[in-house]
Design a protein around this ligand. Sequence first.
Ligand code: ZN
Length: 318
Amino acid sequence: MSGRAIGDHSVLRRAFLSRRAFLGSAAALVVAGGAVRSARAIEVAALGARKIHVISDGGFVMPVSMLARDVAPEAVTTLLKAEGLPTDINTMVLNVTLIQDGEDWTIIDAGSGANFLPGSGKLATNLDYAGIPREAVKRVIFTHAHPDHLWGAIDDFDSDLFPNASYMISEAEWAFWTAPDVFSKLPEDRHFFAAGAQRILKAIGDKTVRIKPGQEVAPGILAIDTAGHTPGHLAFEVAGGGSSLVVLGDALTHRAISFQHPEWKSGSDQDADRGAATRRMLLDRLVADRLPFIGYHLPSPGLGRAEKAGAAYRLVTA
Ligand SMILES: [Zn+2]
C-alpha cells in the first residue's frame, strides 16, 4: 500500500486532471448516446439450490476508438455495421453477478460507486429495488480493480456498501495497483484509475483476502487465470447441482469484437497480447465444455454461450 503516493499532492492533482480528461470525452458522449437502459435485477440461472442473479450497476458510453488498437478503423466500422451497432459510440452496460445460497449471498464485483462515470453507480439503488439486503452479502469477490468493478465497494461516506462482507482480490492485482510506481505503467488519462484503486484498497485492506488462480476461493467458486485486461484479472467458475457457469468479468467485453476477433488488441487491456491470448484460451474452453457465462459488459443481463464460427467464435444469447 502506498500511503506516500496517496498523500502526495502532485499525484492527486495529476489524478484529478486525468479524470477530467477521461470524463471530457465520455461526458459529451452521454449526451449523444442518451441514457443506457438495462434491467435492474434478474435471476438468470439455478445451479442446484444455488441461484444466480444479475443486478445492473447502470452503464456508460465510450468512444468506439477504444475498442481495438492497431486495427484499421474501417475494419472495426464494417464489423459494427454488420452487427447493427453504432459506429461512433460503444454502450457499456454493467452486469453485477450475485450468488445466492439460501440466506448467504456472494457478489462478484461491486460496481462503480458515485465517482466514476455518469450513468453508472446504480448498484446500491437496484439492490434496494430488488429487495436484496446488503447486510446479507458475506463475500465480495473482485475480478479486477478497474473503477467500474471496485469503486462501488465504498459509498459516498467512505463506509462499506456491504458492511458484513469480507473481500477477495487476486494477489497479482493487489500488487500491481498498490505499488508506488503504478502511475508510470498507465497512460496519463488513466492515472485516476490508480488513485481510486489505492484509495479503495486501502479502505478495505484489513478485510481483504488475496487469492490465486486455480484456488477454490469459496465453496464451488473456482478462480480462473484470465490476466491481460489487468495483470491479476480473474474469472470465476461457479458450480452447483452438477453444472456450472463462468463469471467472466472483463475477459470478454464486446458482443461482436471479443468473439469474432479475439486476436484484436483491446484499447482497454493493460497487456494487449496477453489479453488476446486469454480470450482464445477462454473461448476454446467455453465452447469445448459448453459452459454458459455472464459477461460484465455483454448485453444485459450478460448471460450467453460461445459457439465456434469458422476460425473464430460467436456469442449466443438466450
Ligand atoms: Zn469493466
